[in-house]
Design a protein around this ligand. Structure first.
Ligand SMILES: NC(=O)c1ccc[n+]([C@@H]2O[C@H](COP(=O)([O-])OP(=O)(O)OC[C@H]3O[C@@H](n4cnc5c(N)ncnc54)[C@H](O)[C@@H]3O)[C@@H](O)[C@H]2O)c1
Ligand SMILES: [Zn+2]
Length: 362
């Protein structure tokens, strides 16, 4: 018998990221341009619904859509596999079919779970991202990673599934808390660190929320372009896309140690970027003075540079070790050689040893 060769036609995925103040007022027209369906399910959370539910509902209805809202509890604890069956039921009861659209209106939690539901409901239906947190506008809504947490860990079930359109209205950031604005700024600063020194310098100068908001469209566009470029070169995260993980090995472990509650993602990544860069400087991998530059930029945006409880590193490093086992005892850390230039560095868990000797890195 001969083998039967199955050739799957390569699908090229193309979609627009639209960034414009006030764009939420045009959501009906924007959606009409990418679908012929007139039925839409909007997945959101209670906070975002309270601020923007009515606008989106009105605009979509005005464009002739039948709108069904699925309103989730805010917070990471919602982004779990166990939330999904109820969402599928709501979609079925609302009469959503394969030709209809799911809109994710919210932060990264809503975008990730709504995207995964869209990827799997009826084997995949169109979805549109309307990110409303800064983190979601510069990071999670771009790149097609969708998914949920399992009891065993974060983001363990998911897919690569791209939206048909990303609608970014920077005006919605006005209702975001200072804490989550700073959280998103950590990712913004990360892009400067890994890819763009002049953007980094600008962010050091724009040292308040007001100053950032005065240039917010440019800031978001710069971040989305850097991410888009890396995703285009490496969609499945096996090469250059890994550079986006700068500060994240430590950051994820810190978040896990604090149960994803008292320290949120951006704050943990901020500590991760400075701590890792200080270690890399001592090892001669990074230009001297770089950690201090990163620390100064972060502090202008109310972001921490070190852990309040350095003794917690004993536990935090054991978390990284657990992760490391899956990688054949090797650890790939992303370092910056200087501001704007990132590289991956193959090492072992010993890289972080000085953190457990009780010493803060200075
Ligand atoms: N898919 C990816 O590539 C990717 C990348 C980075 C992070 N993530 C995921 O993103 C999640 C974190 O996202 P997040 O920080 O946006 O958290 P989030 O979605 O929990 O939003 C943060 C808080 O802000 C509120 N909020 C959002 N927009 C608002 C607005 N405009 N006005 C008032 N309140 C608003 C939310 O209700 C929530 O309480 C994590 O689950 C993380 O794993 C995914
Ligand atoms: Zn991140």
């Amino acid at each position: 018998m001969n083998d039967i060769q199955v050739e799957v036609p390569q699908e090229t995925t193309e979609y627009a990221i639209k960034i414009q103040k006030g764009l939420l007022q045009n959501v009906g027209e924007e959606l009409s341009a990418i679908t012929s369906s007139r039925r839409v399910a909007v997945v959101t959370d209670k906070n975002v619904h309270q601020h923007y539910g009515e606008t989106v509902d009105t605009q979509l209805k005005r464009a002739g859509f039948t709108v069904h809202f699925i309103i989730l509890e805010p917070g990471e604890q919602t982004k779990t596999f166990s939330s999904m069956p109820a969402m599928y039921s709501e979609l079925i009861n609302a009469g959503i079919t394969r030709s209809d659209v799911i809109v994710a209106l919210g932060g990264g939690v809503v975008g990730d779970i709504a995207g995964f539901v869209a990827a799997t409901f009826l084997r995949g239906i169109d979805f549109v991202q309307i990110p409303t947190s800064l983190l979601a506008q510069v990071d999670s809504s771009v790149g097609g990673k969708v998914g949920v947490d399992l009891p065993e860990g974060k983001n363990l079930a998911g897919a690569f599934y791209h939206p048909k359109l990303v609608i970014i209205d920077p005006d919605v950031l006005n209702t975001l808390s200072d804490h989550y604005f700073s959280d998103g700024m950590a990712e913004v600063i990360k892009y400067g660190c890994i890819k763009d020194a002049s953007f980094f310098d600008k962010l050091t100068q724009l040292n308040s929320r007001e100053k950032v908001m005065a240039e917010i469209e440019n800031v978001i566009e710069t971040c989305c372009k850097i991410k888009q470029d890396m995703v285009q070169q490496d969609e499945k995260d096996k090469g250059i896309r890994m550079l986006l993980n700068f500060g994240h090995t430590l950051g994820h472990a810190i978040e896990a140690y604090y149960n994803y509650e008292s320290i949120t993602h951006g704050h943990a990544v901020a500590i991760g970027m400075v701590t890792l860069t200080a270690i890399a400087e001592e090892k001669g991998l990074t230009e001297k003075g770089t950690a201090e530059k990163v620390r100064r930029c972060l502090s202008g945006h109310n972001l921490p540079a070190e852990l309040d409880e350095p003794e917690a590193y004993d536990f935090i490093l054991s978390y990284i070790k657990k992760d490391k086992k899956q990688l054949n005892n090797q650890l790939h850390v992303v370092i910056i050689e200087t501001i704007g230039q990132a590289a991956t560095y193959k090492t072992g868990i010993g890289f972080f040893d000085q953190l457990t000797t009780g010493g803060q890195i200075t």
